[in-house]
Design a protein around this ligand. Structure first.
Ligand SMILES: NC(=O)c1ccc[n+]([C@@H]2O[C@H](COP(=O)([O-])OP(=O)(O)OC[C@H]3O[C@@H](n4cnc5c(N)ncnc54)[C@H](O)[C@@H]3O)[C@@H](O)[C@H]2O)c1
Ligand SMILES: O=C(O)[C@H](O)COP(=O)(O)O
Length: 410
């Protein structure tokens, strides 16, 4: 069995934010027992303390791994975001520290699309308002502003995994789908691409957002864009809170321009279920408010736990970085019993390989196999070698200027 330079007993795995227990099970089955589980994100001081000796960290969308938190991660080897989004992590800093970040790019796609489809039906029937009134003892039987989905136009912003999955569900319900994406995307079924957001907005009955949180998407739906939607339209946001100007949305609902909304994500979200939730949208009966649960189904959480834990374990056990979001991707075979695997993460600049090769030849170490991949500023080279002790070569490799990290498997 392959031995890690740091034994599995010593590798500290921290799983925050109630990551599904299947992840812990997978780590334990593989021999990792130094596992620490937290239901939410600890407060900043405690978090920094926890992170100071953590080797493998699992988070969901809430924990911010930036600035001081990331600076506290002196021993961090790999990060798993047990969700789709990775905007909560400073990916550039992770890369420059030689830390690969893994996510689950489509394990909760279906869950989000189903929730959004359900919300579209409820909004078009005016259910949120009728439900709220019924809870207050008011009977509101009326067909006014109550419509079928069939024949209505759904505008989708971001035609990626979730947007396109939603398109399939919406078309099955008889909706006409029009979408805007910054990339050229294949129109599925009868859907039609629209060349700009401004062109899309006036054409839709319901607008649903499925873009990541980036500099380009932050506040992409503000007062101007809301005004371009037809009077009586609906907005759904199950993407990220900062994509919509929430005050402009509240204003549009207040003046009766929008007829309702379904919002799952907010510019500021409570750190845990014990913290209060505040939003300018609380006053509106015609708004469905959900606590960022688009991907929170048993099916999705089980899939995510297994997918991300598996990627983290593979990286720790054999160095594979397949589907890392910020790192050169290398898929490695199992290490031959007679060999030692030396993994060298370095700044991607001319002359590195020459120096690495020279280190091995000067110590008369035969290289049995070599794998190399680079991505932007970073290079990752893996050598399976014949050597009695790895300490001398590791020390020599660490001395090469531009070396970020060296790991060894026996
Ligand atoms: N509410 C939840 O629980 C939940 C669950 C999963 C994902 N999400 C959010 O949903 C987002 C989308 O998920 P996905 O899996 O579909 O991602 P994806 O990467 O598959 O698709 C995103 C699409 O948005 C497009 N895009 C990016 N910038 C754009 C811009 N400025 N204008 C127009 N299009 C743009 C991309 O080209 C891509 O096609 C995630 O980034 C995440 O933030 C939320
Ligand atoms: O990015 C995601 O996948 C969603 O926002 C879900 O995040 P969560 O796991 O924190 O609910």
């Amino acid at each position: 069995m392959t031995k890690l330079s740091l034994s599995k007993e010593k590798i500290k795995v921290v799983l925050l934010e109630g990551v599904h227990p299947d992840a812990e099970t997978l780590f334990r089955q593989d021999g990792y027992h130094n596992i620490h589980i937290y239901k939410s994100t600890p407060a900043d001081d405690e978090l920094q303390n926890i992170l100071s000796d953590t080797h493998i960290l699992g988070i969901r969308s809430r924990t911010q791994l930036k600035g001081a938190n990331l600076a506290a991660c002196e021993k961090l080897m790999a990060v798993g975001t047990f969700c789709i989004g990775t905007n909560q992590v400073d990916l550039e800093s992770c890369t420059s520290k030689g830390i690969p970040v893994f996510n689950a790019p489509f394990s909760n796609t279906r869950s989000v699309a189903e929730l959004v489809m359900a919300e579209i039906i409820l909004l078009l029937r005016g259910i949120p308002e009728k439900n709220a009134k019924a809870h207050r003892g008011q009977w509101h039987k009326s067909a006014l502003h109550s419509n079928e989905t069939r024949g209505k136009t759904l505008g989708i912003v971001g035609f990626g995994h979730i947007g396109s999955q939603l398109c399939i569900l919406a078309e099955a319900m008889g909706m006409q789908v029009k979408y805007f994406d910054i990339e050229n995307k294949l129109p599925l079924g009868n859907s039609m691409a629209v060349s700009s957001l401004e062109d899309l907005l006036p054409q839709v009955d319901v607008l649903s957002l499925h873009v990541p949180d980036t500099e380009l998407t932050r506040q992409m739906i503000g007062a101007k864009e809301l005004a371009l939607l037809p009077k009586g339209a609906f907005l759904v946001n199950a993407a990220r809170g900062l994509i919509v100007d929430i005050d402009a949305l509240a204003n549009s609902l207040r003046i009766g321009h929008l007829n309702g909304a379904a919002i799952d994500v907010f510019p500021e979200e409570p750190a845990s279920n014990n913290d209060p939730f505040e939003s300018p949208l609380l006053e509106f009966d015609n708004v469905i408010l959900t606590p960022h649960i688009g991907g929170s189904t048993q099916e999705a959480q089980v899939n995510i736990a297994n997918e991300v834990a598996d990627k983290l374990i593979k990286y720790s056990n054999n160095g594979s970085t397949s589907s890392a979001v910020n790192f050169p991707e290398v898929s490695l075979p199992a290490l031959h019993a007679d060999l030692t695997r030396v993994m060298h993460i370095h700044e991607n600049k001319p002359g590195m390989l020459e120096q690495i090769n020279h280190s091995f030849s000067s110590q008369k170490i035969n290289i049995a196999a070599m794998y190399l991949q680079t991505l932007g500023e970073i290079g990752y080279v893996i050598m399976d070698v014949n050597c009695e002790s790895s300490d001398p070569i590791v020390n020599q490799l660490k001395d090469i200027e531009g070396t970020i990290r060296v790991r060894v498997l026996h």
